[in-house]
Design a protein around this ligand. Structure first.
Ligand code: ADP
Ligand code: MG
Length: 376
């Protein structure tokens, strides 16, 4: 049967668990920085999963915990609580020595300020990690480094010192260096933060090419236009992840409100063809479709709504837009997965934050859609 939804099965990634095929899994990561008289928790129980071949961006305001998160994943710093698995390795359990050996072979790291050795040529900078890891035979190192510099468009500048080339070229060299030991995973913390937009585009194009070769790339960025060009984006706020469906579907809300929804939305599955309303449960206040679709039930309160409704993944509505949800059912072919907020909770939230009423309506999906012929 036709459906007006562009896709009904966008991969739904629950926030609190990873599927078995995750390449990187961080579970309930807490990071507390302690000084003599203060304590600050920069990450408050973050669970996140990353899959092979993904290009993921991590965004959030300054101080939201992005670098701390990356430092947990790279083993540059240790979590106060929680676990980090990369492939088969539990990296929060590695000793300092094992960690640097493991990191050298498995991760490429790109920093905002390039961090090339100023007294070494670009070629020597790229060869350095090979020497440190003993990853390829000494006679092959120069050839491999030149190939990597070629890959990032710097073959002709191999003999230059970092100071003799542009910022964008230094960052490209830093990417070539990160690739020296052919790691499957690349972390980049604000890699374009110090570059003009043309150089940023060039760096991004290199990452795109690496993703095509099945590398997994995690990139922290301030640049929302670059973030939109990655496969998916994680949004951090005050040391917590905002649910990606909330971030995508309620773009007009501020981060505090997005976090509130993240904490309060509950998963619910509606069996194929059955009604959304369920007398045994509390009344629904807010509803976000994340898989399958909702449509108007043919026998649902005729005349209660003028047009037919068809709600696809990413669409949301509330009791403000549709007082009578009994007209809705899950599509007949597959279950509809929803994130829902009870009516009583929504009412209390709106009482506390009256301005939300208008904001929630701005992006609401309730507007009649044409129904395909077969479904009529
Ligand atoms: P972002 O990269 O998103 O700008 P960070 O991860 O660097 O944020 O920092 C998150 C919070 O943790 C900030 O408030 C920062 O001041 C604090 N923080 C980071 N590192 C330390 C540290 N070593 N000691 C104390 N506080 C820290
Ligand atoms: Mg940072």
């Amino acid at each position: 049967m036709n459906t007006p939804c562009a896709s009904e099965s966008v991969r739904y990634l629950p926030l609190d668990r990873c599927s078995d095929d995750a390449l990187i899994e961080m579970r309930e990561i807490v990071k507390t920085f302690k000084t003599a008289d203060t304590e600050f928790t920069a990450l408050k129980g973050v669970t996140a999963c990353f899959y092979e071949g993904e290009f993921v961006s991590i965004v959030g305001k300054s101080g939201s915990g992005k670098s701390t998160l990356v430092n947990m994943l790279t083993g540059i710093d240790h979590p106060t609580a929680g676990s980090v698995r990369v492939g088969e390795t539990l990296i929060h359990k590695l000793s300092e020595n094992d960690m640097s050996r493991w990191r050298g072979r498995n991760l490429g790291i790109v920093f905002q300020f390039f961090q090339l050795m100023p007294t070494l040529t670009l070629l020597e900078n790229v060869m350095l990690p090979m020497a440190l890891c003993g990853s390829c035979k000494p006679v092959q190192r120069e050839k491999r480094a030149l190939e990597l510099l070629d890959l990032v468009g710097l073959h002709d500048l191999a003999d230059k010192l970092p100071a003799a080339v542009s910022g964008g070229q230094q960052q490209s060299a830093a990417i070539a260096r990160a690739l020296a030991n052919d790691p499957p995973i690349i972390f980049a913390d604000e890699p374009t933060g110090n570059l003009d937009s043309r150089s940023a585009d060039e760096v991004f194009a290199i990452f795109d090419g690496l993703v095509e070769q099945r590398k997994t790339i995690l990139m922290v960025t301030h640049d929302s236009s670059l973030a939109r060009r990655t496969h998916r984006t994680l949004l951090l706020s005050d040391g917590e992840l905002i649910h990606p469906w909330v971030a995508n579907s309620f773009p007009e809300l501020n981060h505090n409100h997005m976090l509130w929804l993240t904490h309060h939305l509950q998963e619910r599955t509606i069996a194929p063809g059955t009604a959304l309303i369920d007398e045994s449960r509390p009344a629904l206040g807010l509803c976000l479709v994340v898989d399958g679709h909702l449509e108007t039930a043919p026998n649902g309160h005729p005349g209660s709504h003028n047009g037919s409704l068809w709600l696809c993944p990413g669409d949301h509505f509330s009791s403000l837009d549709l007082p009578d949800i009994s007209i809705l059912r899950a599509g007949s072919q597959r279950p509809a997965a929803l994130l829902v907020l009870e009516r009583a909770q929504l009412d209390i939230w709106l009482q506390e934050e009256p301005s939300l009423r208008e904001q929630l309506r701005t992006s609401s999906a309730i507007h009649p859609m044409p129904v395909p012929q077969e479904a009529v």
